[in-house]
Design a protein around this ligand. Structure first.
Ligand code: NAD
Length: 290
């Protein structure tokens, strides 16, 4: 397939490389990042998109997505699909989809889970909003870049799934970290805490697969000095998106709100910036009750 790929950073770079390795003709554009092996460099985003059957974007935020969509959509060939894989607000995803539809194009919002490791290994999970036709057309590409693609519903449904998932993740990571810090103060060994909770009703992905305590459970960023992994500031971005969506939809999300406030404090006032989001554990250790 002929593909335009815009935004070749930490995630987009390896995703585009996997598409090229699978035999697709990929033209890439990024303001700064180098082209991965096998990807032809285009001079502009519109040039990368011209003549492509699918245009994929992997960009930092909704404002940039809107700007890139405005440039790229008029350059796209009839019948092509605009597929945004960035994590952005639901409104920007729907605005890009509406603009594509008005130009007679297909559109998908297809944010991912799995991080840089999943992007490199081609094992991402895609959560996808948009028409069944557009989903069917891009599905073979999702199968190259990932291990699972769930068609969640119409435009915006992929972003909705992503921010709901990450709200749960932020809340459970904080709960897991504060429970470890409480266990420390109660004199409970961390390994024993893991052995019990990972097989009891307090288990979660945060505990079982990404344990925030070093030396306990499977390898995780905690075993690597809390080098990300998934940076605390990216978790803050996603929690803010979920709170923005909750406000717009009039949904009551007190735990998500508290998680957003705690990560904001951690990233902006404490030393969380640049650390993995599981570094909430050392943050809680040694603190006193507020
Ligand atoms: P990144 O900053 O490494 O990459 C973004 C790229 O977009 C950069 O290379 C930048 O130069 C480029 N860019 C910015 N504006 C541009 C423009 N106008 N035209 C062309 N290129 C432009 O970020 P990333 O980690 O690759 O994340 C990308 C998206 O994926 C984000 O929305 C993020 O929330 C989401 N995401 C990231 C992870 C992760 O673990 N890194 C996991 C899941 C989802």
């Amino acid at each position: 397939m002929k593909i335009g790929f815009i935004g070749l950073g930490n995630m987009g770079g390896p995703m585009a490389a996997n598409l090229a390795r699978a035999g697709h003709a990929v033209a890439g554009f990024d303001l700064a990042a180098p082209m991965p092996e096998g990807v032809a460099k285009a001079a502009t985003a519109a040039e990368a998109a011209a003549g492509a059957e699918v245009v994929i974007t992997m960009l930092p935020n909704g404002a940039i997505l809107r700007a890139v969509a405005a440039e790229v959509i008029p350059a796209m060939a009839a019948g092509a699909v605009f597929c945004d894989c960035s994590t952005v607000d639901v409104d920007s995803a729907r605005a890009a989809a509406a603009q594509a539809a008005a130009a007679g194009l297909g559109a998908l919002d297809a944010p991912v889970s799995g991080g840089v490791g999943g992007a490199t290994a081609g094992t991402l999970t895609f959560m996808v909003g948009g028409s069944a036709d557009a989903f069917a057309k891009v599905k073979p590409l999702f199968d190259v870049m990932g291990q699972k693609a769930v068609h969640c519903g119409e435009a915006g449904a992929g972003q909705a799934a992503k921010i709901c998932n990450n709200m749960i993740l932020g809340v459970t990571m904080i709960a897991t970290c504060e429970a470890f810090a409480l266990a420390d103060k109660l004199g409970l060994d961390r390994q024993k805490m893991f052995d019990v909770v990972s097989t009891s009703s307090g288990y979660s992905w945060s505990m079982n697969a990404y344990c925030p305590a070093p030396g306990v459970g499977p390898q995780s960023p905690a075993d690597n000095g809390y080098k990300p992994g998934f940076a605390a500031e990216l978790m803050l971005k996603d929690l803010r998106l979920s709170q923005q969506a909750a406000e717009a939809a009039d949904a009551d999300t007190p735990m998500g709100q508290l998680a957003a406030a705690l990560y904001a404090r951690f990233v902006e006032d404490e030393d969380g910036k640049g650390q993995d989001f599981s570094a909430m554990l050392p943050r809680f250790v040694g603190r006193h009750r507020e």
